[in-house]
Ligand binder design. Sequence first.
Ligand code: MN3
Length: 204
Amino acid sequence: MTHTLPALPYGIDALEPYISSQTLTFHHGKHHSAYVDKLNELVKGSDLNNKSLEEILVFTFNKPSDVVLFNNAAQVWNHSFYWKCMNPKTKGKPNPDGTLAKKINEDFGSFESFLDQFKQAGMTQFGSGWAWLVLDNGKLKVTKTSNADLPLVHGQQALLTMDVWEHAYYLDYQNRRAEYINVYLDKLVDWDFVEANYLAALGN
Ligand code: MN3
């Protein structure tokens, strides 16, 4: 099967002024697109050619001979998920509500405590990587992963992610990662999407 670059779920300038159309043009149109192309090139003619993205990830994880394949497949998954974690229409609704809000209070003590942990994960990821809110054995946790690594191969279900590779924010924030993280949490997270992921994960 051929893996395809998903269209952004909003317009190229929809996240401005927080994330510019220039960033999205490069991040989606060049970086994400290149991971998709590389993945297709690597699976072509191999046993993994007819496997789903998730099957490829599980199969190649921790296999030294498949590091390049894993990294590209994981970056395809991570970016497709990351775009959906943001929604400009949710501006003004910076907090979760309902079932997810209750669970966040249970597992983190408060929404503020969750925010602190998530910011900390994003700030302390040395070099390139991702910060996550995951469901792990019925409990919400904040985690971070290096490079392309992702919760799926660690038995966790991803509910929210934030790309902290420099290409995600450098054109807009240069080296000010903390500013990007604050804007991400204050203005961009689509909590309806996160809650839908939580409810789906409970059903699994
Ligand atoms: Mn990226």
